[in-house]
Design a protein around this ligand. Structure first.
Ligand code: ZN
Length: 425
């Protein structure tokens, strides 16, 4: 089971850390830094991460890229620390936005989903993102989703609205811990639920925030058979089912962009916990901040998107794109400016010159490696990590004796460290 993802970038081996620092990440639920991943590397206890994938109806923009690069650093850090990593990402290959776009363009929805999924994979490969171990579509997971919705209905945690549509909603009254992930109050929840596609005022719902689990078949929409009647799933239950099926409960990291925290991640966790009668869904809920462009959040509705594929086809070095985003911390709001890319190119050229310099071996690399690891372990402090490489590159360039034309014999350790940990080469 699973879709084709994309080829893995080369991952250079590094001298193993003598005592790896545990990775600490900011957990949205407890609002504090928490150790993310198993205490010690153990092949029988892999580090398990689920990151929400794309809804493939348009090209990925920098906001998406920033999120997937963030969790790429998590995977890279875990691997370097010796963990076995189980990383699952989904593809929401059936949902309202996809059908809407397919209708608008008079295109087959499945064909649109396939094309955009491949385009996203090409972006990820170009940006040296390590692929998830399992890349799972919703359509191929339909029988699992149906089974869970059917169970929730049988358990009394879900109900049909009595209007003949056969739409099924999740009863949030069955989830006593609901709200623990976002920590929002009822008013804030209602506002976000409404803004992000929810239907608080629909007749027949028991609670205004109850989310849709199963949408009964409509004329002109694809549907799948089920004991509840034909239809298709709501968004939150898809991620919930795919994550639990492939990773189990108490996963180490559930990740995504900040705009997924509520309602999407909160609802996914509630679905999983009620269906499994166990908690928590995840031990750490990690959210990447949004990316802005000229003072505004990047979004389709504002039409101010910077597409990854465009940046790359315009001839920008993918390593520079990574560096430009890593120049600011993943949790903050990152304003993208054209000059970021030019500055990142300069930085990249300086690092490459240092790595190829005849003086590269005159500067000890162990402190650089230790500092890189230490900065990343501290909630992915990429600005700190980049400064550490800057200092190392400065030291190499100072050590370079003018006029020395001897052949460089780089140990490659510095370049390998930057590549393995940051995906920059
Ligand atoms: Zn999701």
């Amino acid at each position: 089971m699973g879709m084709d993802s994309w080829p893995s970038p080369p991952l250079p081996a590094l001298p193993a850390p003598t005592s790896p620092e545990p990775l600490k990440l900011f957990d949205s639920a407890s609002q504090q830094l928490r150790v993310a991943g198993p205490q010690l590397p153990d092949p029988d206890n892999p580090a398990r991460m689920y990151v929400c994938g794309i809804t493939p109806y348009d090209a990925a923009h920098l906001g998406h890229i920033a999120t997937y690069l963030t969790f790429d650093l998590v995977q890279r850090y875990w691997r370097d620390a010796g963990h076995t990593v189980r990383y699952v990402q989904n593809v929401t290959d059936i949902d309202d936005p996809l059908l809407k776009r397919a209708n608008r363009d008079n295109e087959d929805w499945a064909q649109l989903a396939h094309r955009e999924t491949r385009r996203f994979a090409a972006d990820m490969a170009a940006l040296s993102v390590i692929p998830p171990e399992s890349y799972i579509g919703v359509v191929e997971s339909m029988s699992d989703v149906v089974e869970t919705v059917d169970k929730l209905l049988a358990d009394g945690a879900a109900y049909r609205v009595p209007d003949g549509t056969n739409d099924i909603y999740f009863d949030l009254a069955s989830a006593p811990d609901f709200g623990y992930e976002s920590g929002l109050d009822e008013t804030q929840m209602l506002a976000l639920f409404t803004e992000r596609g929810g239907d608080p005022n629909r007749d027949g719902k028991r609670g205004p925030l109850d989310p849709l689990l199963w949408r009964g078949a409509r004329v002109g929409e694809p549907s799948w058979p089920s004991p509840m009647g034909p239809g298709r799933p709501g968004w939150h239950i898809e991620c919930s089912v795919i994550a639990v099926k492939h990773l189990g409960m108490q996963i180490h990291v559930q990740g995504g962009g900040e705009d997924l925290l509520f309602p999407h991640h909160e609802m996914s966790a509630a679905h999983a916990e009620v269906a499994a009668d166990a908690a928590p869904f995840a031990r750490t809920y990690v959210h990447a901040g949004l990316v802005g462009w000229e003072g505004e959040k990047m979004s389709k509705s504002k039409g101010n998107l910077v597409f990854a594929s465009r940046l790359i086809s315009d001839g920008n070095d993918p390593s520079a794109v990574r560096l430009a985003l890593f120049g600011r911390h993943y949790r903050g709001y990152r304003e993208w400016e054209s000059k970021d890319l030019a500055l990142a190119e300069q930085r990249l050229n300086r690092w490459r010159a240092a790595a190829a310099s005849p003086a590269v071996d005159s500067v000890a690399v162990a402190p650089l490696l230790a500092e890189l690891r230490s900065r990343l372990a501290d909630d992915l402090d990429t600005p700190g990590a980049l400064r550490a490489v800057d200092l190392w590159a400065d030291a190499v360039m100072v050590a370079l004796i003018p006029g020395d034309t001897s052949e460089p014999q780089p140990s490659m350790v510095a370049a390998s460290a930057i590549d393995a940990l940051l995906g920059v080469r």
